[in-house]
Design a protein around this ligand. Structure first.
Ligand SMILES: Nc1nc2c(ncn2[C@@H]2O[C@H](COP(=O)(O)OP(=O)(O)OP(=O)(O)O)[C@@H](O)[C@H]2O)c(=O)[nH]1
Ligand SMILES: [K+]
Ligand SMILES: [Mg+2]
Length: 343
C-alpha cells in the first residue's frame, strides 16, 4: 500500500469513529499515524527532482503574497477566510501538501495569496517540502510569516534563520554599495560615509576569499561585512515580511498587547475573525502598489477602475497597460523614471 492510500485509509477510519471518551486514545493514535505518514510524504525522495507537484502556480493578479509558517498555525484557515478558495484546514500537522492559490480583492487590486505546506526547522536543507516552499516564497512580493501566538517567539526566529540561510532578507533594503568586478587595476575602494563595521582591509580580505582581485567598490552606507558579502554573492532577495500572530483568542490581553507592539507585526484570530481588516491595510502598505486613475478630458477620474502597478513602475509601464503600442507612438520616448515622484 502506498503512503497516499494509507493516509486515505486512516482518514476514513477517523471519519467513521465516533468521538467520545472511549475512542479518545484510538483517535489520538490515528491522528499521530496520519501526521507521520504525511510527514513521510513531505520528505523528498532521492530520485524525485526538487520541484514538487502542484508547486508551480502561475503568477496572476497584481501582486503575490506567500504564506509561510510552521504546520497548523492557521495558514489554510486564513486563505479560506480571505479568498473564495477553500483550503482544507484541520487540527493535525501537514494538512496542506501543495501550493494552493487564492485571490484577495482589495481596493480594486487582485492579490494572489498562496497557501503552502507548513515548514519546520531544517526546511532549507530540504526537510519536508521546505525547499519547494522556500522557492515559492522567493517569487512573492510580500511574505506573510504566520505564527502561532500561543507559542511565543521561537517559531519566528527559527523560520527567519531558515529563510536567511537561503539568501532571503526580510524587511531589509539592498545595501547601498556600488560593486563592479573589473578585468584589471586591482581593487579601488571608496566610501561616502564613515564606516564603523567595514574597512578597506576587510573588504579586500573578503574579496580575495571570493577570488576577486580587481573591482571597484563604493560604500554609500555604513554596511556590515555580511551586507557586503550579500552584494558580492548577488542573488539575494530583499523581501517585505509581515509577522502575523494568529490564534490570539488563546492568549492573555497582556500577551496580545506585547506581540502587537513588535515591529512589522499584526495580531489576529482567524477563529474569531479579529483584526483581519487591519491586516489587509498593513498588507496593502507592504505591497506598496501604485494605483493610477485615468480620466477623459473634462471629466472626473473613474475611481472604480485603477491601473495597478508595482513599486518602481515607470510612465512607460503605465502606457503599456493602457495599450501595448501607446509608448512607441510618442515623439519622445516615454520617461523610464520611477513614478513615485508624482504618484
Ligand atoms: N483557536 C484558534 N484556532 C485556530 C485559529 N485559526 C486556525 N485555528 C485552528 O488551527 C488548526 C490548524 O489550522 P490550519 O488552517 O489547518 O493550519 P495550517 O497552518 O494550514 O496547517 P498545515 O497545512 O498543516 O501546515 C485548525 O484546527 C484550525 O481550526 C484561531 O484563530 N484560533
Ligand atoms: K493543519
Ligand atoms: Mg494548511
Amino acid at each position: 500500500m502506498g503512503i497516499l492510500e494509507k493516509i486515505s485509509e486512516i482518514e476514513k477510519e477517523i471519519a467513521r469513529t465516533q468521538k467520545n471518551k472511549a475512542t479518545e486514545y484510538h483517535l489520538g493514535l490515528l491522528k499521530a499515524k496520519l501526521a507521520k505518514y504525511r510527514a513521510q510524504l513531505l520528505e523528498p525522495s532521492k530520485s524525485a527532482s526538487s520541484k514538487g507537484e502542484g508547486f508551480d502556480v502561475m503568477k496572476s493578479g497584481d501582486a503575490r503574497v506567500a504564506l509561510i509558517g510552521f504546520p497548523s498555525v492557521g495558514k489554510s484557515t486564513f486563505l479560506s477566510l480571505m479568498t473564495s478558495t477553500a483550503s482544507e484546514a484541520a487540527s493535525y500537522e501537514f494538512t496542506t501538501l501543495t501550493c494552493i492559490p487564492g485571490v484577495i480583492e482589495y481596493k480594486g487590486a487582485n492579490i494572489q495569496l498562496l497557501d503552502l505546506p507548513g515548514i519546520i526547522e531544517g526546511a532549507a536543507q530540504g526537510k519536508g517540502r521546505g525547499r519547494q516552499v522556500i522557492a515559492v516564497a522567493r517569487t512573492a512580493d510580500v511574505v506573510i510569516m504566520m505564527l502561532d501566538a500561543t507559542k511565543g517567539e521561537v517559531q519566528r526566529s527559527l523560520l527567519e534563520k531558515e529563510l536567511e540561510s537561503v539568501g532571503i532578507r526580510l524587511n531589509k533594503h539592498k545595501p547601498n554599495i556600488y560593486f563592479k568586478p573589473k578585468k584589471g587595476g586591482g581593487i579601488s575602494f571608496n566610501s561616502t560615509v564613515t564606516l564603523t563595521q567595514c574597512s578597506e582591509k576587510l573588504v579586500q580580505l573578503i574579496l580575495h576569499e571570493y577570488k576577486i582581485f580587481n573591482a571597484e567598490v563604493l560604500f554609500r552606507e555604513d554596511c556590515s561585512p555580511d551586507e557586503f558579502i550579500d552584494v558580492i554573492v548577488g542573488n539575494r532577495v530583499y523581501m517585505p515580511c509581515l509577522y502575523v500572530y494568529n490564534k490570539i483568542d488563546q492568549i492573555s490581553m497582556e500577551e496580545v498587547d506585547r506581540l502587537a507592539r513588535k515591529p512589522n507585526s499584526v495580531v489576529i484570530s482567524c477563529g474569531m475573525k479579529l483584526n483581519l481588516d487591519y491586516l489587509l491595510e498593513m498588507l496593502w502598505e507592504y505591497l506598496a502598489l501604485t494605483c493610477i486613475y485615468t480620466k477623459k478630458r473634462g471629466q472626473r477620474p473613474d475611481f472604480t477602475d485603477a491601473i495597478i502597478l508595482r513599486k518602481g513602475a515607470s510612465v512607460e509601464h503605465v502606457c503599456h497597460r493602457i495599450h501595448r503600442s501607446l509608448a512607441s507612438q510618442f515623439k519622445a520616448p516615454a520617461p523610464s523614471t520611477a513614478l513615485s515622484g508624482w504618484a
